[in-house]
Design a binder for this molecule. Structure first.
Ligand code: ATM
Length: 207
């Protein structure tokens, strides 16, 4: 298999799926081993995109779901042109959520049109393709327990279990039969086991 020195790696998954733990543990590994990398999150990333994140997630803004979609895409467009293309093939790029989140949340979760989302994603992203996506998963019982003890800080923390279920099913559909996706189970694996899996998969694609 052709290996890249600086792959682009995405972490996806619903709330309480262990996504943040997995990406943070992997970042620590990269730092400790002196790999050149950057890490961004979506929505967020550039200074302007972080402002858009604040607006989108603020509880005081009761935004329409189409407005959310456009804010997320505006944030992504800035990241692609100002961060991703600039660092592409120069540093490893880790992204906490990317285009699949928009399909999973805005289409499978909120019912917005799939083709419109796909077309807008391609329009913004262009030819660039991530090398690997880690999809972090959680079962209903653990999701329920973890969500109960979470603070309810932003608009997106208010969703019900049923919504997250639809979103996770959407993510699983997107990952089905695709070689570039690796599932990380937060129910039966410890964070340390997941980190080992991430490193193993990373070494398969990285020089
Ligand atoms: P994080 O807390 O994982 O950074 O994500 C913030 C919210 O943004 C997340 N909320 N929840 N649950 C999901 C939402 N989001 C979308 O709805 N669509 C997208 O395309 C992205 C990137 C994020």
């Amino acid at each position: 298999m052709y290996k890249k020195k600086y792959p682009v790696i995405i972490f996806e998954g619903i709330e309480a799926s262990g996504k943040s733990t997995n990406i943070n543990n992997f970042s620590k590994f990269l730092k400790k081993n002196k790999y050149q990398f950057i890490k961004i999150r979506e929505p967020g990333g550039t200074k302007f995109s972080e402002k858009l994140r604040k607006i989108m997630l603020s509880k005081s803004n009761k935004l329409d779901k189409k407005t959310d979609l456009l804010l997320i895409l505006a944030s992504r467009s800035e990241n692609v042109s100002k961060i991703i293309y600039k660092n592409y093939q120069k540093k490893i790029i880790l992204i906490d959520r990317f285009s699949d989140s928009t399909i999973a949340y805005q289409h499978y979760g909120m019912g917005l049109n799939l083709n419109i989302i796909k077309n807008l994603n391609s329009y913004i992203i262009g030819k660039f393709k991530p090398d690997l996506t880690f999809l972090c998963t959680v079962n209903n019982k653990n999701m329920n327990n973890r969500l109960k003890i979470r603070s309810n800080n932003n608009r997106y923390d208010n969703f019900k279990i049923n919504f997250y279920n639809k979103v996770q099913k959407g993510f699983l559909k997107l990952s089905k039969n695709k070689k570039k996706y690796v599932l990380l189970d937060s129910n039966n694996s410890t964070p340390a086991e997941n980190l080992n899996r991430i490193i193993k998969e990373f070494k398969k694609i990285a020089k």
